[in-house]
Design a protein around this ligand. Sequence first.
Ligand code: NDP
Length: 309
Amino acid sequence: MPVLALAGPFLHGSVLIRELLEKRLPGWSIVKSTDAAARAAEVAVCWNQPHGIWDQLPALRMAHSIGVGVDHLFADPTFPNVPVCKVIDDDQVRRMDEYVLWCTLYYHRGFDLAASSQREKVWQRPPNRRANQVTVGVMGLGQIGSRIAATLCQQGYDLRGWSRSGKPIDGVRVYGGEAGLGPFLRELDILVCMLPLTSETTGILDGRLFARLKPGARLVQCGRGPQLNEVDLVAALDSGQLGGAVVDVFNEEPLPLENVLWEHPKILVTPHMAAVMPLPDVVDQIAENCERLLSGAPLLRVVERSAGY
Ligand code: NDP
């Protein structure tokens, strides 16, 4: 019987994932990566697993993330050279698209200002700007970022994009690589981070980057927590260099009670909710790749290891 090892901890709870996998893959034995039986595991289902566990999984042939991010695997120098697959579908891309559209409207139409005026009982209309007077920049133009850029273009925003390659997108002024970062940032009213977490993007949202934005620009951070320097974010908001931030992902999740981001008046904290795929859909995608692995069919949603995302 083929063996699948769960290597968590999982956000949704390992018990539920295990039950769903057992139902969907009745011919497989589902174990924990710490069980002795895991030595026969050909598949590991992973999320934020501890580094260095791979000696316990010598038969591994595929590692499957339960999310879009695979940074938790590549950050471990002991991770073996096996194919890595992620989960993503159109519905998840649509959810992220909705989230960013909402954040863009929130800042464009001044709902943040209306909320703070309400707290002070001040009747004050926010500035009235047309969408084409608002410049939005999307960092990361992959499967999700390119869809967001297209949607915001359709809504009439002035769109800019930044990626490693600078690959063109219709209607979007795209910049590429380190050289393109400064010109990309310079004119933005709203910066959306939709980058994967790699060694190059860790800490990218820091004081130096905020200083390259127009004073008062807004940030929407829905990439990965370690991309954002939270101390620099607070400093930039307090100095007025940034006018506000919606933050969905954090260095530590759940966000600890004592973290100052919770109560900062210019920050909207959302609990890593931007685009969560329902667990049965996650399990379906994993199960399909397990079946493919056994039958020798090509795996789906394989991540390019050399790029790290
Ligand atoms: P993709 O892998 O499809 O695309 C990544 C994009 O980022 C590409 O455009 C790539 O450039 C660009 N990129 C990568 N590294 C760099 C770099 N160093 N400098 C400039 N650009 C870079 O990713 P997805 O669109 O599928 O997802 C992006 C990330 O979103 C995920 O990795 C995950 O962390 C996050 N996410 C967050 C969720 C949430 O709920 N908050 C839910 C889902 C995803 P190029 O085009 O040149 O390759």
